[in-house]
Design a protein around this ligand. Structure first.
Ligand code: SAM
Length: 258
């Protein structure tokens, strides 16, 4: 049985859609009972159905507050070495790697600043405590280091890491910030190192889920990410999509001596 962890995504992200369901479901009952005009009844029914379906997709298909599986088993298959998690948050992506690669060590890097508070409604100290509690609860804390820092200025020397993972984090920086963060990833990964990048996608699932009440910053299409990675001398090994996210597994080229 898996240990209990609490990733602590803010209630508005996890249950926000249910607020709409809670308002529209009784209204729909009234509308049907009192025979309100068909158009009005239909509109209320549509909003009630959408909000409940979006809640279900976000929680039970995309699993916003649940453990994640590696989107590809090929990532860090060798399993030994150091991994950097860029924008580790409360530990979802860190646990994904540490639990599936039991010989890996990991640096969980996060700014624990405004963006952290926006997603988890906690300050820096509480955020770091939550991350540590989750790592301990999963029994992987001794292989993890929590580091506060900005992924646009990663506080490690060149070629420090054997692999990098980043889930729903780099895409929160805007296109300029994301470009800087990818450049930093390219700097701190060793030649031949592996990079698993997971970002929110612009697919129909995401549009459906976000709807009018939960708008999030836009995120570039797959091609923009793969082009940026190729420019930084990564080879794209695999890529794919899942509901609300897209993922890319890339490998840093080994420079050929002239
Ligand atoms: C949506 S959360 C994702 C957390 C985790 N990777 C997951 O999959 O649940 C985005 C995280 O990126 C972090 N973040 C945003 N900008 C950052 C930056 N410039 N440097 C480091 N971390 C950053 C936020 O603090 C937040 O914890």
């Amino acid at each position: 049985m898996q240990s209990q962890v609490d990733f602590g995504y803010a209630p508005i992200y996890v249950y926000g859609h249910l607020i709409v369901t809670a308002i529209t479901a009784p209204l729909l009952y009234l509308a049907l009972k009192r025979r309100w005009p068909k158009l009005l009844t239909g509109a209320i029914a549509a909003i009630a159905l959408w909000s409940f379906a979006a809640f279900a997709i976000l929680n039970f298909v995309a699993g916003i507050n649940s453990r994640m599986k590696l989107p590809t088993e090929q990532f860090f298959k060798a399993g030994e070495g150091s991994v950097l998690d860029m924008g580790a948050g409360s530990g979802r992506s860190a646990l994904m790697v540490l639990e599936s690669r039991p010989k890996a060590t990991l640096v969980a890097l996060d700014s624990f600043a405004e963006s952290y508070t926006e997603h988890f409604h906690e300050d820096s100290a509480a955020g770091q405590a939550r991350l540590l509690a989750n790592l301990r609860s999963a029994g992987v804390a001794e292989r993890a280091t929590i580091k506060q820092g900005d992924m646009r200025q990663i506080p490690y020397p060149d070629a420090t890491f054997d692999a990098i993972v980043s889930v729903a984090a780099i895409d929160h920086l805007g296109s300029k910030g994301a470009g800087v963060a990818l450049k930093e990833a390219s700097r701190v990964i060793r030649p031949g190192g592996e990079f698993l990048l997971v970002v929110l996608s612009k697919d129909a699932w995401l549009k459906f889920v976000l709807g009018p009440i939960w708008l999030h910053s836009g995120t570039p299409k797959m091609e923009r990410w793969t082009t940026a990675l190729r420019t930084l001398k990564f080879d794209i090994v695999e890529q794919g999509t899942q509901p609300i996210v897209l993922w890319i597994f890339a490998r840093k080229q080994i420079a050929v001596q002239p």
